[in-house]
Ligand binder design. Structure first.
Ligand SMILES: C[S@@+](CC[C@H](N)C(=O)[O-])C[C@H]1O[C@@H](n2cnc3c(N)ncnc32)[C@H](O)[C@@H]1O
Ligand code: SF4
Length: 385
C-alpha cells in the first residue's frame, strides 16, 4: 500500500547554452540571438499550473534549476518564477534552491541578484582546471575564468556551492586528474560532483571519439585516487559521483535517490509523483524542443508522455536510485516508496548478497565495496524479465 506520499521536489529545466558541448546529451540547445526569457518564464508558470493537481496541498522541499545553462537567465526571470511557484505551492522554510551555472556566463553582479531572488546553492560546471582538457571538451571558458566565477559567487555571499568535475578525459593522466581535485578543493566548495566522462549516443564524441580516452582500469585508478584525496580533505562520498562536507549533501539529488517525488517543469523535464488515492506512481515528461514547449506549455499537448510505474517494475526503479547511495536503503522505506511488500525482493536481495554486492543487517541494505564498483550489475539483478 502507498500509505504516505514521499517528500516533493521541483525541477525546472532551462534548455539553452551558449554552445553545445560535444560530449553532452542533455536537452540543451545552442541559443542563437536574443533568447525568449520572459515568454519562457510564462510557459514555466503555465506548465506548473497544469501540473498542480498532481501535487495539490503538498510542500516543496527543494528546487533545482537545471539545464542547459540556467545562469544564462537574468536573475529577475528566476525571481519571477520563484515568486509564482511559491504562491502556488507551499515552500518549506529555508528550502534548498540550486541553480546550475556555466562559469563562461558569470557576469559581474548577477550572483547577488540570484541570491536576492532566493537561490541559495550554485552548481558550477567546471569539468577540469586544465586548459588543454577544457579545449578538447569544447568548453567556452578557461580555468582562470572558472576560478574567477567561483570567487565572484563567494564574494556575493554564496557559501553553499558545488563544482562539477569530469575525469577520464581525452589525454588526461592520473596526475592531471589529481591536480583537478587539488584545484577544486582549494576553492573550498561545500560539494564536489566527480563524473566519469561517458560517450553518450547522439553526441559528437560518440560519433567521432576523441583520441586518448583513458582505458577502463586507468579510469578506475583515477576514481579511487580522487576519492581518497577528497576523503582526506573532508569530502565524504555519499553517492557514486557525489562528495560533500558534513551536512552539505545535495538535498534535491538525495530526494531522487531516495525515490522521492518531483514535479518536472520546463522543456523535456521529467516528473515522478505518487498518487495515493489511485495507489499509483506516475512518471510524466514534457515535450523536449524549446520552441514546441513554448507554444504548448500549459496545455495537455505539452506533455510528452505519461506512464504509470507498474508494481512489477517498481523494485528496479527503486534500486536504480537507492543503490547509487553509499547509505543504501531500509526495507521500510522500500515498502513505503513502492507500496510493495519486502518479500517481493527477498530472493533478489539474497542473490546480490551471495555475490558479495550487498550487505543486509536487519532492516538496512547497503552496497559493499565490491557492489559499489559494479553498481550497474547490482541494479540489473532487480530487472524483471
Ligand atoms: C547540465 S550540466 C551542468 C551545468 C552547465 N550546463 C555546464 O555544463 O557548465 C551537468 C553536468 O553533467 C556532467 N556531464 C555532462 N555530460 C557528461 C558526460 N557525457 N559524461 C559525464 N558527465 C557529463 C558535467 O559535469 C556537467 O557539468
Ligand atoms: S554547457 Fe552544460 S548543458 Fe550545455 S551543452 Fe555543455 S555540458 Fe551540456
Amino acid at each position: 500500500m502507498l500509505t504516505a506520499t514521499p517528500p516533493l521536489s521541483l525541477y525546472v529545466h532551462l534548455p539553452w547554452c551558449v554552445r553545445k558541448c560535444p560530449y553532452c546529451d542533455f536537452n540543451s540547445h545552442e541559443g542563437r540571438g536574443a533568447l525568449p526569457f520572459e515568454p519562457y518564464v510564462d510557459a514555466l508558470i503555465a506548465d506548473l499550473d497544469h501540473d498542480l493537481p498532481l501535487a495539490w496541498g503538498r510542500t516543496v522541499q527543494t528546487v533545482f534549476f537545471g539545464g542547459g545553462t540556467p545562469s544564462l537567465f537574468p536573475a529577475a526571470a528566476v525571481d519571477r518564477f520563484l515568486q509564482a511557484a511559491s504562491s502556488r505551492l507551499r515552500f518549506a522554510p529555508g528550502l534548498e534552491i540550486t541553480l546550475e551555472t556555466n562559469p563562461g556566463t558569470a557576469e559581474h553582479g548577477r550572483f547577488e541578484h540570484y541570491l536576492a531572488a532566493g537561490v541559495n546553492r550554485l552548481s558550477f560546471g567546471i569539468q577540469s582546471f586544465d586548459d588543454g582538457c577544457l579545449q578538447r571538451l569544447g568548453r567556452i571558458h578557461d580555468s582562470r575564468e572558472a576560478e574567477y566565477a567561483v570567487k565572484l559567487a563567494q564574494d556575493a555571499g554564496f557559501d553553499n556551492f558545488n563544482l562539477d568535475l569530469m575525469y577520464a578525459l581525452p589525454q588526461q593522466t592520473l596526475a592531471m586528474a589529481e591536480r583537478d581535485i587539488e584545484r577544486a578543493i582549494a576553492l573550498h566548495p561545500a560539494h564536489i560532483s566527480h563524473y566519469q566522462l561517458t560517450l553518450e549516443p547522439n553526441t559528437l564524441f560518440a560519433a567521432k571519439p576523441p583520441a586518448g580516452i583513458p582505458e577502463h582500469d586507468d579510469a578506475w585508478d583515477m576514481q579511487e585516487r580522487c576519492q581518497a584525496m577528497l576523503a582526506a580533505s573532508g569530502y565524504a562520498q555519499y553517492e557514486v559521483s557525489a562528495y560533500a562536507r558534513p551536512d552539505r549533501q545535495c538535498a534535491h539529488n538525495l530526494n531522487y535517490w531516495r525515490f522521492g517525488d518531483y514535479l518536472g517543469i520546463g522543456a523535456g523535464a521529467h516528473g515522478k509523483l505518487t498518487l495515493g488515492s489511485e495507489q499509483s506512481i506516475l512518471r510524466r515528461w514534457k515535450v523536449k524542443h524549446p520552441a514546441e514547449y513554448l507554444a504548448k506549455a500549459g496545455s495537455a499537448e505539452a506533455i510528452g508522455g505519461d506512464e504509470y510505474i507498474a508494481p512489477e517494475r517498481r523494485p528496479f526503479d527503486y534500486m536504480l536510485n537507492a543503490l547509487r547511495l553509499n547509505e543504501g536503503f531500509s526495507l521500510a522505506s522500500f515498502e513505503a516508496g513502492t507500496g510493495l511488500d519486502r518479500a517481493v525482493i527477498d530472493e533478489r536481495l539474497n542473490t546480490a548478497r551471495d555475490r558479495d554486492w550487498l550487505s543486509i543487517d536487519g532492516d538496512r541494505v547497503v552496497p559493499t565495496e565490491l557492489g559499489r564498483r559494479f553498481t550497474n550489475d547490482v541494479i540489473a539483478v532487480f530487472l524483471t524479465d
